[in-house]
Unconditional design. Structure first.
Length: 411
C-alpha cells in the first residue's frame, strides 16, 4: 500500500501504531476510516486497520481501541455497530478509481433497447439508481448501440440537460433554484445522506441533495416501517434512525429517555424489555414484513422508484403486482437474461428474472426445488433428483422431479 494510506495514531493504552486507512482493506468490515459510527461503548470514529482488526476512537477515550471478537461486518452488526449518516462521502463508491467511467449493460425495457449503468464497487451510489430510472423512463440516453462505458461527467451532464429542458419555461427565480440543485448533482456519485423515520415508507429527513429527486419527479422510499401492532411502535414510530441509535447508546443501564411521553410533561425511562424489543427491531435487514406490504400498496404498476435499503439505492418497479429491483452488479454484465431481482420477502434471497419479468432458468430450478422441499424431501434428495433429470435444451418440470423423488425416496 502507498505510504499515504497509513496514519500514525495513539491507542487507548498509550502506544502508537501505523494504521492502514486504504479503502480496500476496510471492505471486509463495512466501515471505513474517518466514518462516524455507533458502538456498544458510544459514538466513535473509525481510525483504520492494524493487525487485521478494525480500530475505533470512542468519544472521550484517550486513543483507539478494538473489539477482538469482530473479524468482519457481520460480527460488528451483531454487537450493534451502525453507521451514522451512512458512509462518509470521501470513501464511498466512485465510478472507477482510475478512469471515472461506469460500465454499461444493454437491456430491453417495455420492448425498447436501453443502456443501464452498472455498479463496479460495493457502496451507496444514488447517481447510478437515479440515472437508470431516467434511462428506463426514456428521459435520458446513456450511450448508443454497443457503447461499453460512459464517463461520470457525461452522466451528470445528461441529467443536467434533462433538467434544463424540463424546466425551460419556468420563471427566472425558479430557474435559479434549479441551478443550485444541479450544482449538487456531482456529489451524488459519492453518496446521499439518508435519515428516515420508522412510521412511514416516505418519511425522510429533508436535505439539499434530496431536493434533486423532487425536481426529477423520483420518489424515494424505504421498507423499514414498523407495524403499528409492534410492542414498541408507539415509542419509536415517530423517531428517526440516527436519533434512535444515538439515544440507545447514550442511556445508562439499558435505558433511554422516551421523549414521546407527554404525561405531566415528564420524560420517562424505557424499560429493559422495551430496549430489547428496539434492539431486536434494529437488527433486521432494513425491511419489515409490514414495510414490504406497504411498499406493494404504495408503488403503482410500472412506476419506477428509488428504494433505500441496507445503505444501497435500488431502482425498483412493480410489474403485474410484484416488486422487482434492477440488477446493476457488474458481476452480471455478461448475463443478458439476468435483469431483475424479485423483492418478495424480507430475507433477501435472490431470484432472477429476465427483461420480460420471466424467471431465468436458474430461478425456475430454484422454484422447483422449493416446491419439492415443501413435500418433505430433504435438500440433498431434491438436489440429487434435479441433477439426475436436468438435460440441456429440455425444460425441467416439477411433476417429473416429484415422480423421481417418490420413486426413489418415498417412505
Amino acid at each position: 500500500a502507498n505510504d499515504e494510506t497509513y496514519v500514525q495514531y495513539g491507542t487507548n493504552s498509550g502506544e502508537v501504531f501505523q494504521f492502514d486507512t486504504s479503502k480496500n482493506v476496510h471492505q471486509t468490515y463495512g466501515f471505513y476510516a474517518g466514518a462516524r459510527v455507533i458502538t456498544p461503548k458510544g459514538t466513535a470514529t473509525v481510525i483504520g486497520i492494524y493487525e487485521n482488526f478494525l480500530w475505533f476512537h470512542i468519544d472521550g477515550d484517550k486513543g483507539a481501541s478494538y473489539w477482538d471478537t469482530c473479524k468482519n461486518y457481520e460480527d460488528l452488526l451483531a454487537l450493534g455497530f451502525a453507521q451514522i449518516n451512512d458512509l462518509p462521502e470521501a470513501v464511498v463508491e466512485t465510478p472507477s478509481s482510475s478512469t471515472g467511467f461506469y460500465l454499461l449493460k444493454r437491456i430491453h425495457y417495455k420492448n425498447e433497447p436501453v443502456n443501464i449503468l452498472l455498479q463496479n464497487e460495493n457502496g451507496p451510489c444514488p447517481l447510478i439508481a437515479i440515472a437508470n430510472i431516467l434511462a428506463l423512463r426514456n428521459a435520458i440516453n446513456l450511450g448508443e448501440g454497443k457503447n461499453l462505458r460512459i464517463h461520470v461527467d457525461e452522466v451528470i451532464e445528461k441529467i443536467s440537460s434533462y433538467l434544463r429542458q424540463k424546466y425551460s419555461n419556468i420563471e427566472e427565480t425558479a430557474k435559479q433554484d434549479i441551478q443550485k440543485v444541479m450544482k449538487l448533482l456531482p456529489s451524488l456519485q459519492y453518496g446521499l445522506e439518508v435519515n428516515f423515520g420508522f412510521d412511514s415508507y416516505e418519511n425522510f429527513s429533508p436535505n439539499e441533495k434530496s431536493r434533486i429527486l423532487q425536481f426529477l419527479n423520483i420518489r424515494m422510499l424505504h421498507g423499514w416501517v414498523i407495524d403499528p401492532a409492534h410492542p414498541v411502535a408507539e415509542l419509536i414510530g415517530k423517531t428517526h434512525y440516527d436519533d434512535l441509535l444515538t439515544k440507545l447508546v447514550s442511556g445508562q443501564d439499558e435505558t433511554l429517555t422516551d421523549s414521546t411521553s407527554s404525561e405531566d410533561n415528564k420524560e420517562r425511562k424505557f424499560t429493559q424489555e422495551e430496549v430489547l424489543w428496539i434492539n431486536e427491531f434494529l437488527k433486521i435487514a432494513q425491511l419489515t414484513e409490514y414495510g414490504l406490504v406497504k411498499l406493494h400498496e404504495a408503488i403503482a404498476e410500472d412506476e419506477l422508484v428509488l428504494l433505500f435499503r441496507n445503505c444501497h439505492f435500488l431502482t425498483v418497479t412493480k410489474h403485474k403486482g410484484k416488486l422487482y429491483s434492477l440488477i446493476t452488479d457488474i458481476g452480471y454484465d455478461k448475463e443478458r437474461l439476468v435483469v431483475w431481482d424479485i423483492l418478495s420477502s424480507v430475507d433477501g434471497d435472490s431470484c432472477f428474472f429476465t427483461v420480460d419479468f420471466e424467471p431465468t432458468d436458474e430461478a425456475k430450478i430454484d422454484e422447483i426445488a422449493n416446491t419439492a422441499l415443501c413435500f418433505g424431501f430433504s435438500r440433498q434428495q431434491v438436489e440429487m433428483a434435479i441433477s439426475a433429470l436436468i438435460k440441456p435444451n429440455e425444460e425441467l418440470k416439477v411433476d417429473d422431479v416429484l415422480k423421481f423423488l417418490n420413486a426413489n425416496f418415498a417412505l
